[in-house]
Design a protein around this ligand. Structure first.
Ligand SMILES: *[C@@H]1O[C@H](CO)[C@@H](O)[C@H](O)[C@H]1NC(C)=O
Ligand SMILES: *[C@@H]1O[C@H](CO)[C@@H](O)[C@H](O)[C@H]1NC(C)=O
Ligand SMILES: *[C@@H]1O[C@H](CO)[C@@H](O)[C@H](O)[C@H]1NC(C)=O
Ligand SMILES: *[C@@H]1O[C@H](CO)[C@@H](O)[C@H](O)[C@H]1NC(C)=O
Ligand SMILES: *[C@@H]1O[C@H](CO)[C@@H](O)[C@H](O)[C@H]1NC(C)=O
Ligand SMILES: *[C@@H]1O[C@H](CO)[C@@H](O)[C@H](O)[C@H]1NC(C)=O
Ligand SMILES: *[C@@H]1O[C@H](CO)[C@@H](O)[C@H](O)[C@H]1NC(C)=O
Ligand SMILES: *[C@@H]1O[C@H](CO)[C@@H](O)[C@H](O)[C@H]1NC(C)=O
Length: 499
């Protein structure tokens, strides 16, 4: 009884282990059967089912060499990438293994053959000539194929030439020679020639970011980046004229690590890039990292909307020193993200950061800004706090107020000066008139009793003596006008100041 129980338990254990821990079937490999040398190709491997969800290691294998490997956690397909070399021609397999259990038998996919073609690389714009070399037989006609498509050409064209290749000329070329002999046609295909049009690498850009390695060590991650160019591209980093390092890769960007001392000029750096043809240079970049220091100031500008009311406010934050500042804005001590309902942050590093506010009830509060080094956020320096509400942002800017005030003062001064000048000028004129008036008075006094004649005599000074008739008329006219004139003169002649 006891013995039979043990047997049953052992049997059960064996059952569980067996059914749970073997692959159910084989991995399935899929991908291209042909590839060009130095192309990047992708293969997929679907792992076989496993009853437990343990992670599966998938490997792309060729002649016992692991070309790539991926981990599949819950049965998902593994994606391999392969940079094709001539040696990759041959059978590829996918092997599935349970990661941490070497007791479990691995499972292998069926093999798939990869044929590798070598290609003739030609730079865009270069001249190419392909010659269909059959033999010197006469009566031979030729046909040219690019990627299986007939190229329209004269049947006598033994040579295919391109003055300036473009990306359209990329592909596999075959020529077929047809020879008529004794009323029979003999056709011969050439071998396939693969032309790969390469794009020259473009002038690289250079930039760097800073990282803090430990309490005392800082590094600049200098990136050289081109926007186009066919890989492989070799990037070299130069410090002044000295080669610092070079890297060759598939990417159009590489990063070099250069250790820096804060505050010190580490010299001028530039990148060079080449993918087989000419070498292109980047601009030079001064490698200098100055930590944030000094005062952090915040100021603001109000902007008028359509109806001449303030509708938005821009806050500016600036640190006195620092080549790699990171700005942070706070409202009532709460960090503001890059964009919110009523604000947006616009960083213009390293100079300043702007906080654009649309004014309203939610933008009322106390603002401040913190500036730290982008590579070390323990160095933050805070600005003074700035309280903003309707009263503050509607207040005219001091500069404007000062300008308006100055203009106003100048205007008042000008008006005053004008008045004074006017008064003085008039006074002088009045003075003259007064003297005249006094004389007149005297004259009038002297001719008292013969008023009509006196008036005439005065006028007559500047006149030729009139004839008798005229005299009478003038006299009459004078008589008519006299009371007015005398009134006027007496008025002018008796200013308060001249008694
Ligand atoms: C295995 O997968 C199933 C469903 O996918 C999940 O419910 C279970 O928790 C997993 N077990 C382990 C050990 O991860
Ligand atoms: C398997 O091994 C890897 C490292 O080799 C480990 O990180 C992982 O936790 C292991 N998983 C299990 C289930 O033991
Ligand atoms: C020759 O090339 C033509 C066109 O590409 C193709 O149809 C034919 O099968 C080829 N013949 C041989 C013998 O390769
Ligand atoms: C920089 O760090 C390395 C180790 O990472 C250390 O050996 C070296 O002393 C450090 N240099 C300075 C100046 O602290
Ligand atoms: C940089 O590349 C050149 C060839 O382009 C090579 O001769 C040299 O050894 C490389 N230098 C370094 C430091 O990798
Ligand atoms: C560098 O190149 C890789 C691959 O082409 C790309 O994923 C990455 O975003 C690039 N890095 C930068 C900073 O552009
Ligand atoms: C910020 O604080 C002020 C009082 O100091 C308050 O009136 C305002 O509503 C607060 N703003 C926000 C967005 O919390
Ligand atoms: C500083 O940066 C580290 C890592 O990037 C982060 O964990 C930490 O919270 C940051 N500290 C501050 C004050 O922002």
């Amino acid at each position: 009884m006891f013995a039979s129980l043990i047997v049953i338990i052992l049997g059960l254990c064996h059952c569980i282990k067996d059914s749970n821990q073997t692959f159910q079937g084989f991995p399935q490999l899929s991908g291209p059967f042909e590839a060009l040398e130095s192309d990047t190709v992708k293969y997929k491997c679907k792992p076989p089912a496993l009853l437990t969800n343990e992670s599966i290691l998938l490997q792309l294998v060729q002649r016992d060499q692991i070309l790539d490997e991926k981990t599949s956690v819950s049965g998902e397909t593994g994606n391999f990438t392969l940079k094709v070399k001539p040696s990759h021609e041959g059978y590829l397999k996918c092997v599935a293994r349970v990661r941490n259990d070497s007791n479990i038998e691995h499972s292998v996919s069926s093999a798939q053959y990869l044929k590798v073609f070598d290609a003739t690389e030609v730079f865009e714009g270069a001249m190419t000539n392909l010659l269909c070399s059959h033999n010197d037989a006469t009566n031979v006609s030729y046909k040219w194929y690019l990627n299986g498509q007939l190229i329209p050409m004269s049947p006598s064209a033994k040579e295919l030439s391109r003055q300036s290749t473009t990306s359209k000329d990329n592909g596999s070329y075959v020529c077929v020679a047809t020879n008529r002999f004794n009323k029979k046609e003999y056709r011969t295909n050439s071998s396939e020639v693969i032309i790969r049009i390469k794009v020259r690498v473009s002038k690289p850009d250079i930039y760097f970011t800073v990282i803090k390695e430990d309490a005392h060590n800082y590094s600049a991650m200098v990136t050289c980046q081109s926007t186009y160019g066919t890989p492989y591209i070799t990037f070299s980093l130069y410090n002044e004229e000295k080669l610092f390092a070079n890297k060759t890769g598939e990417d159009r960007n590489v990063t070099f690590k250069v250790s820096v001392i804060l505050g010190r000029n580490m010299g001028w750096f530039h990148c060079q890039a080449s993918n087989g043809d000419r070498i292109v240079h980047s601009e030079s970049l001064a490698l200098r990292v100055v930590p944030v220091s000094g005062h952090v100031t915040v100021r603001f500008d109000s902007h008028l909307g359509k109806n001449y009311a303030v509708d938005s406010v821009t806050l500016f934050c600036e640190a006195e020193n620092g080549t790699h500042p990171r700005y942070q804005w706070f409202l009532n001590n709460t960090l503001l993200d890059n964009k919110g309902r009523f604000y947006s942050v616009e960083n213009q590093p390293p100079e300043q950061s702007l906080l654009l506010l649309s004014v309203g009830r939610s933008s009322v509060g106390t603002y401040h800004c913190n500036v730290s080094d982008s590579f070390d956020n323990t160095t933050a320096i805070g600005s003074k706090k700035l309280y903003l509400d309707e009263k503050v942002w509607n207040r005219l800017p001091d500069a404007l107020v000062a300008t308006v005030f100055a203009c106003f003062t100048v205007l008042i001064l000008l008006v005053s000066i004008c008045c004074w000048v006017g008064v003085l000028f008039r006074r002088r004129r009045y003075g003259k008139t007064s003297l005249m008036g006094l004389e007149m008075q005297r004259t009038v006094a002297a001719y008292e009793g013969v008023l009509d004649v006196s008036q005439y005599v005065e006028d007559a000074d500047e006149m030729t003596p009139p004839s008798g008739e005229e005299f009478d008329q003038a006299s009459e006219a004078s008589l008519d006008e006299w009371p007015d004139i005398s009134a006027e003169k007496s008025f002018h002649g008796e200013p308060a100041e001249f008694p």
